[in-house]
Structures are given as C-alpha cells and as structure tokens.
Design a protein around this ligand. Structure first.
Ligand code: FE2
Length: 308
C-alpha cells in the first residue's frame, strides 16, 4: 500500500476519553474464559457501568485504544509497549486467588512510536519496550478486558512514570500535561480515530483483609466518609465540565484520598482532551475492597467541532 503524504491523509482524532479503572475483581466477577478462578458475581454496579461504556463506544467508530496504566511503573521516563504482539499468563501479585488471566493483545506500534518520538522531541525521557517476553501488567489487561473483552482492537500502552513519588504531584502534572499534548498531536497526525483510557481508581484507601467469599457484597463499602466526599467532589467536577478544577485540586486529592491519580493517568487523560469544559457521562460508580471507582466517558465526538 502506498502511503499518502501527511497533507492528503484525513486528520486523526480522539473520539472519546474514559476513566476506566482496573481492579482485577471486575474480571473475576465476570467469569470470562481467559481467567482461571471462578466467582458467583459481585460488584455489579461497576460491571453494569462497564456494560454501558462498551455500548456507548460500540456506536463510535474507532481504530485504536490508547491506555496509561499505573501498574506498569517506570522510574526512568515513560515507556511504550513496542512490538506488535504480547501474550502470556498474568497473575495478580496481591490477588492470585482472583486473577490468573491468559492474555493475547496486539499493539499499534506505529502510533506508539509516533507518541514516543514526539514526547522525546519535547524533552521527556522515553523508551520503547521491545522485549517479547515482557509481562504486561494487570492494570492494562483488566482495563483492556473491561473495555473490549475480545481484544480485537490494537492498543497503545503507556507506562506510569513515578514522578509523583520521586518528586511531587506538581512535577507529575507538568510532565503528564506535556505527554497528553503530544499524545493528541501524534493521534491527529496519524489519521486514526482513538479512544483514550486512563486506568485508575479515584480514592484508593483499601481494606487490608479479604472476606472469606471475596464477592460477598455485604462486606463492600467505601473505606471512609472522607474518601466518599473526595470521590463525589471529583465526580461532580467531571459531570459539570470542570476539568480544570480537577487539575487544580489534584495535589490535595492525590495526597488526602491516596488516589490512584498519583500514576498520572487522569492528568494525562484530561490533557489529551484539552481540559474539557463539557460534561462527562458517569456510567457507573462503586467501591472495590473499599476503594472508589468511577467509569466515566468524555464524549469528544459530540463536543469537539473537529472530530469526524
Ligand atoms: Fe490499581
């Protein structure tokens, strides 16, 4: 196939951006063929939320899912999965009783490389992960599964540079705002339609013991009232188109709610969407071992003039 010069190619776009958390309990509760352990269900509010998100995304034409996972932790820069195919068995280190998942996924290496190159050009430390035996983290796999269980669309997978822990939330935000900006630029130049996925929970204080039946929903609730208040505050900003306030309050939120936004995914997502001032759709909210999880979609296709 002859490649068209960039000027003749259709402009690519971000068609939707989503907050898509990854507790392995959700996969366990679904009993998919890829996962060994079996369950009696559980966490239905969130699983119905994912159902609504999948239904919504099925109506929007898209070529690729671009995902940042807080469980692929890299201290020297941001890394990108860099070969076309990864497969293997993923066992959750904390919940091996719930998650032993056989994964098989394809990577859009061309787009990964384009984001990598742009990030490098803007001064960020980056690296392509080209080890074929690399074990993909369970955050990527769980979010990938809950959004698209068939894994029939290629992914771009981006690591979490641990700048919050090495420096501060403020430094993390500066880096993730820049990574978001170049992610968008590379997608637009690629001619592809992309869905952006930030794979993180909101408040992240969790129980330290597991009930005898993990899916016993009589034991499930938010870890504390303070965590609930933080989650509702952030969700309210999302639903009322106040993404800038989320960024402004990110240092307090991340520290006080021990939020998984420490991994940078939420800041990166909001940056790729140019800090949206339109309302997001809340598909679901629920707790998992006490942590707060929201499934949220920013429908760019309906709010940005240049999305085709
Ligand atoms: Fe996590």
């Amino acid at each position: 196939m002859t490649e068209l010069p960039p000027t003749l190619m259709a402009k690519g776009s971000i068609v939707a951006g989503c907050l898509a958390p990854h507790p392995p309990h959700l996969v366990y509760a679904e009993n998919p063929p890829q996962n060994e352990p079996t369950s009696e269900g559980g966490w239905e509010q969130l699983r119905w939320g994912y159902e609504r998100l999948r239904e919504s995304l099925s109506k929007i034409d898209h070529d690729v899912l671009v995902l940042l996972s807080p469980h692929w932790q890299t201290y020297v820069g941001t890394h990108f999965l860099g070969i076309p195919h990864f497969e293997g068995l993923s066992v959750d280190p904390v919940f091996p009783n719930l998650f032993r998942y056989t994964y098989d996924m394809n990577i859009d290496v061309e787009l990964s490389q384009a984001i990598h190159d742009k990030a490098k050009g803007s001064g960020l430390a980056v690296k392509m992960m080209e080890n074929p035996d690399f074990r993909v983290d369970y955050g990527t796999i769980t979010t990938g599964h809950m959004v698209n269980p068939a894994f029939d669309k290629p992914l771009v997978v981006i690591s979490s540079n641990r700048s919050t822990h090495y420096y501060s939330v403020e430094v993390m935000q500066e880096m993730m705002m820049e990574l978001g900006r170049v992610t968008r630029e590379a997608i637009e130049e690629s001619g592809k339609k992309a869905v952006i996925l930030a794979s993180n929970s909101l408040s992240h204080r969790h129980f330290t013991t597991e009930s005898e039946v993990p899916e016993d929903m009589s034991k499930e609730h938010i870890a504390s009232h303070a965590m609930h208040l933080w989650d509702m505050r952030i969700i309210d900003y999302m639903r009322t188109g106040q993404a800038q306030r989320i960024l402004d309050e990110m240092p307090e939120f991340t520290e006080q709610a021990i939020a998984e936004s420490d991994g940078g995914g939420l800041t990166w997502l909001l940056s790729t969407l140019k800090v949206p001032d339109y309302p997001a759709i809340l598909h679901g909210y629920g707790t998992i071992i006490g942590t707060g999880n929201a499934i949220v979609e920013w429908p760019c296709y309906a709010n940005e003039g240049d999305v085709q």
